[in-house]
Each structure stands twice: as structure tokens, then as C-alpha cells.
Design a protein around this ligand. Structure first.
Ligand code: SF4
Length: 449
């Protein structure tokens, strides 16, 4: 191997802890809830693996994950004697990231930060980093490292304000999956699209980093091949916000997926239910599950959620669409948000009934959360309804961070806990799994009939 002149350690601040103690205690006994948090914790940071691929040849790159900050984990990084440390962090762990970054900088190590939170609030991050990457990092990273070598690092590099840094289809490289200790993961991530055109008011992911973009199918093929080099039978979770927006492109993607031996999962909107050919290709490509943001079990809460009320117009089709998608043998994980301004006490019992009637194979319940950079954040801030100026460690999706319209904070918390308790009760989870298994059996029987 060539001798490298410089070394960068890329640190992913993985794992999110729920603040609400009652929910946490409850969560420990909730199979669906615990399973899901384990899955999230075991995903590597694709953003860091991607910029790693764009490093100049004279840089050695290491990848580390910090689920918990311990003196041993800090020593582990320091022992590498890095010239530069780059962090990617979620909002819920940004305070820990800032504290750790401050510590490394006091030791004279250059710190760079990127990711969703600092892209939304670069000014907040700047006192904790020598340089902040706002938006997409592929084209910024090599320039930033070269600037570091020449002692001319800029405080902010932004693909949002400087379009020359925005990702283009001719600038992609295969993420450095080879940097991972592969035995630690039960899933690997692959990105096929970035952003989402629906623009929901609470969604940070859909536009903070980039507008909606698709990767060329040939590039996705190269990235899949790289995954198969490190893992023969992978389970792949797409790091997309909304994969099947462009149906023709999606069909090409699914034909490619069908040529690989893998199981996979992604997030989509419910429009896939209207395209039989796409559903057939989805089933044939071994898609295990799609996660769909249904958002609510009552239509009025969807008013104004996305730019053109598209989700509101789909609401009446929800039950039929879920049934249709699952009839292809694809499990649907339906996501619901509690705490909209139109939600009342009845919304909780209504949500429980809706979930039962839907026969969703899996369910995700979350509390409405105003992430920085979203329209929801701006609205609640303007209305003086945020519970604190910075409440980032409570941005877990399970903690209440604002004054709800029709409840006190305590009421929203306790109604949410109650709903979690019934939706994730062992018996109810088992019943959902049993019903979906029956759907699979019916599908096999009808295929062979
Ligand atoms: S559909 Fe999903 S990914 Fe798209 S903007 Fe809405 S919440 Fe975000």
C-alpha cells in the first residue's frame, strides 16, 4: 500500500436514546419498538462512507462509530493520531458531538462536521468545528482536504449556497463499504435517490441536504457489486427518502435488484399501490418491506402536511392500498405521527382502531417533532410554542418538544405512551405477524392454483 501523507478519522455518532423514561421502560418490553431501534443502531453512516470514496490518494481514511462516548472510544480515535476528524451526527446527538469536537480541538486536532443537523444550522455548529459542510459532501470533501493541506480551510463549505458543490450524476463514486467491520451489521445502506419532492412540513430529510435526485442505474449496479464484495447475502436498507417517485426509473431499478441475491427494505409513498407492474417487480426483487408515511389515521390532520395536499387526497385509499401492496407479499410498515394541531384525545383510540383494520404487518408510532430546518420548526418558533430554544437531545421522535394545540405536554405524553402500550403489546404484535403470514400463504396458494 502507498504511504499516505495524512490521516482522517470519520466518526458516525450512531444510535439515539429516548429521553422519556416511562416510554423507555415501556420500550424495553415492546418487541416492535426494540427491534426497530436495534436496526437503526446497526446501520453505518452512508454519508461518511461516500465522502471517504472522494478522498485524495494521499489521505488514509478510517471509519468509527460512537454509539456511546467512553474514554476508551476517545483513546481509540486518538491512538490513530489523526490530522483531521470528521463527524456526522443526528440532531438528537448533536450536543454530545459538539462536546467531543470541542475536546478534540483543544488537543489541536482539526474538526470537520457535516450531516443533516449542521446543514440546517451551520452557524450553531461553527464554534465547535474548524469547518462545517452544509449539504452534499462529495465535491466539497476533496477540496476541503486539499485546503487543509495548504492551511487555508474555510469555516463553511456549502452545496446549498454554492451550486458548484452540488452532487452531479458525473461525480459519483462507490462508497467505501470496505472500511466497515462487516460482522457488526445486520443491514447495509445503499442510496438510489436523494431528497423528496413532496416537501412535508415536518420532514428535514427531504430537502435539507439536497433537492430530489436519482442516481444512474449503472452507478447503483456498481455500488451493489461493491456491497456483494464485502457481504455475500446482504440485507440492504435503502438510504432514500422516497424511492419510487419516478415510476419508469423505479422499474429499471427493480429489474436491477432482481438480478442480485438480496433482501431489502425502503421508504416510499403510497402511490406504488396504483402501479401493478411496479408491485410485481417489487415482489420479484425480494423486497421484504416498505415503510410508508401514512402520518395519521384521521384525514383532517393531513391538511397542509405537504405542498399540494397530495397525502390528504390519498387518505381514502389507505386501507385498500395497504391491502393491495401486502397481497404481493410485501410487508408494509405504516408510520403514524401523533401531536398534530388537529389531533384530539379521540385521535389515539381512532389510530388504534385504524391500525387494527388496516392489517399492517408492522407499525411505527412517533411524536410530531419540529426538526431544525423544517417549516414546522419555523411555524412553532414563530408561535412561541417550542419548549426550549435548543431541545436537540429530545429530537428522538418519541419525546414532546413543543406545546401541543389540544393537550398539555403531559397529556400528549401519556396518551402516546398508552397507545404505544396497546399497539406494541406482545399479543397485538404477534397477531399482526400472524395475519401477514396468512397473507403470504394465500399469495403462495393463489400462485400455485
Ligand atoms: S413523503 Fe416522506 S420523505 Fe417525502 S417529504 Fe414527506 S415525509 Fe419527507
Amino acid at each position: 500500500m502507498l504511504k499516505k501523507d495524512f490521516k482522517a478519522v470519520l466518526v458516525s455518532m450512531s444510535g439515539v436514546r429516548v429521553y422519556n423514561q416511562k416510554l423507555l421502560q415501556l420500550g424495553l418490553t415492546l418487541p416492535g419498538f426494540v427491534d426497530r431501534s436495534k436496526v437503526i443502531a446497526s446501520l453505518p453512516s452512508l454519508g461518511l462512507l461516500t465522502i471517504a470514496a472522494h478522498s485524495p490518494d494521499n489521505w488514509a481514511i478510517l471509519y468509527k462509530e460512537l454509539d456511546a462516548i467512553t474514554e476508551a472510544s476517545i483513546d481509540d480515535i486518538l491512538n490513530e493520531a489523526p490530522d483531521l476528524i470528521a463527524f456526522s451526527s443526528l440532531t438528537a446527538r448533536i450536543n454530545e458531538t459538539y462536546a467531543l469536537a470541542d475536546r478534540f480541538r483543544q488537543m489541536g486536532i482539526t474538526v470537520v462536521m457535516g450531516g443533516l443537523h449542521v446543514s440546517a444550522l451551520p452557524d450553531e455548529a461553527m464554534p465547535h468545528a474548524d469547518s462545517v459542510i452544509q449539504g452534499e459532501g462529495e465535491l466539497i470533501w476533496p477540496e476541503l482536504l486539499t485546503d487543509f493541506q495548504h492551511n487555508r480551510l474555510k469555516p463553511v463549505y456549502s452545496s446549498l449556497t454554492n451550486k458548484q458543490y452540488a452532487y452531479r450524476v458525473d461525480c459519483h463514486k462507490v462508497p467505501r463499504y470496505d472500511l466497515l467491520d462487516i460482522d457488526k451489521y445486520n443491514r447495509l445502506t445503499l442510496q438510489t435517490t436523494r431528497g423528496c419532492p413532496l416537501d412535508c412540513v415536518f420532514c428535514a430529510a427531504s430537502r435539507t441536504i439536497s433537492s430530489y435526485k436519482k442516481k444512474p442505474i449503472a452507478q447503483i449496479d456498481r455500488e451493489l457489486a461493491a456491497i456483494f464484495e464485502v457481504w455475500q447475502r446482504p440485507f440492504i436498507e435503502l438510504a432514500d427518502d422516497n424511492t419510487f417517485v419516478d415510476k419508469n426509473w423505479s422499474k429499471e431499478l427493480l429489474r436491477l435488484f432482481a438480478s442480485y441475491r438480496m433482501k431489502w427494505f425502503t421508504e416510499t409513498d403510497i402511490s406504488i399501490a396504483q402501479d401493478d407492474e411496479l408491485l410485481e417487480l417489487l415482489a420479484a426483487s425480494n423486497c421484504a418491506q416498505v415503510l410508508i408515511g401514512l402520518e395519521t389515521a384521521q384525514a383532517m390532520s393531513l391538511t397542509g402536511v405537504d405542498r399540494n395536499n397530495w397525502k390528504l387526497r390519498q387518505f381514502d385509499t389507505y386501507l385498500k392500498s395497504i391491502e393491495k401492496i401486502q397481497s404481493y407479499g410485501i410487508s408494509v410498515n405504516g408510520c403514524f405521527i401523533l401531536g398534530f394541531d388537529t389531533d384530539t384525545k379521540e385521535t389515539f383510540s381512532h389510530t388504534e382502531q385504524f391500525i387494527k383494520a388496516s392489517h399492517l404487518s408492522e407499525v411505527q408510532l412517533t411524536v410530531l417533532t419540529p426538526f431544525p430546518g423544517t417549516a414546522l420548526y419555523r411555524q412553532l418558533k414563530q408561535q412561541n410554542r417550542l419548549l426550549a430554544d435548543t431541545y436537540w437531545d429530545k429530537c428522538t421522535l418519541f419525546d414532546v418538544t413543543f406545546t401541543p394545540a389540544n393537550f398539555t405536554v403531559d397529556e400528549l405524553e401519556s396518551s402516546f405512551q398508552e397507545l404505544m402500550g396497546s399497539v406494541y403489546a406482545r399479543k397485538t404484535v404477534a397477531e399482526r405477524k400472524r395475519t401477514f403470514k396468512q397473507t403470504l400463504t394465500n399469495k403462495i396458494t393463489s400462485t400455485h392454483a
